[in-house]
Design a protein around this ligand. Sequence first.
Ligand code: HEC
Ligand code: HEC
Length: 270
Amino acid sequence: MKKRSRRRSLAAGLLMGGALVVVGSGYAVVSAETTPAPPAGTTSSVEQLQLGRQLFLEGCSSCHGLDGEGIAADNATGGNGGPSLIGVGEASVDFQVSTGRMPLAVPEAQAPRKDVLYSQDEIAALAAYVATLGPGPANPTEEELNLEGANIAEGGEIFRTNCTQCHNFAGSGGALTDGQYAPAITDATPKQIWQAMVTGPQQMPVFSNETITPEDKKNLIAYVESLKVEPNNGGLGLGRLGPVTEGLFVWTAGLFFLIAAAVWIGAKVR
Ligand code: HEC
Ligand code: HEC
């Protein structure tokens, strides 16, 4: 008696589960027609792509076009305009949105880092959706961002060769031409540093995995991380230009003090 009812509820459960699978896959087939298929080799689900597409239409399409094809800034509708996102890849979207650069609020010479408007899940959805528009740079894997055993000295070498001319020795940034600037990179997470290298936002060149190997990217990121924790022994923020500049500063200040003292003594004597 007990046994039979248990068997019956098991059968009902199986039937229910089967029905759910049928309905669910039917739904997936229907909705797959309206959203792009996940690109091969990614783990994005249909739901994630739908969310991404929806967020894109609401927050990005006014400047980047309904299908990410881009809008000219000076078009007849007076729209803000934005470049095509076809082929920029998930790394670019993740970088731009996770640093708050996008959505752009006001058109200006350079999109600054600002408060982030989307959750981590929403950013992933936006990135996954844009990645379906065309192949582009992917986000780094966890393994690629595992800094354990990275060579900081080697990373410093690569940083000085490739990055200091714009971002300065301390990674604190500097001015470029045309009112543009290279920002401080010490606010960026390891993931964002990687993304900046593979996507090259605005004036920044792209450092592909051929130019700077994944191994060297890891070393470089470990070096930038070390800049964040290293106390600035210079005391005064002179851009860590080294002992010569700082020595010069002390020397000038000392000279100024001596002159002031001489003038003061001279005035007393008279
Ligand atoms: C007000 C207009 C505007 C809105 C809204 C906007 N963008 Fe942009 N976007 C721009 C402009 C202009 C640029 C190019 C200048 C720049 O990179 O700073 C740009 C650049 C980008 C880039 C870099 C493209 C590249 O070549 O690597 C990405 C990615 C991007 N936007 C994604 C988004 C996403 C995602 C949203 C919605 C969350 C969004 N944008 C909303 C105007 C806009
Ligand atoms: C030619 C000048 C130039 C060089 C060389 C350069 N960058 Fe940049 N970098 C820029 C500019 C300009 C931006 C800001 C772009 C924007 O806001 O869209 C930037 C942005 C960044 C950011 C984002 C900062 C943030 O948190 O918002 C990081 C990280 C970064 N660069 C890392 C690097 C690294 C690492 C290298 C060397 C491998 C490098 N850059 C080389 C010009 C440069």
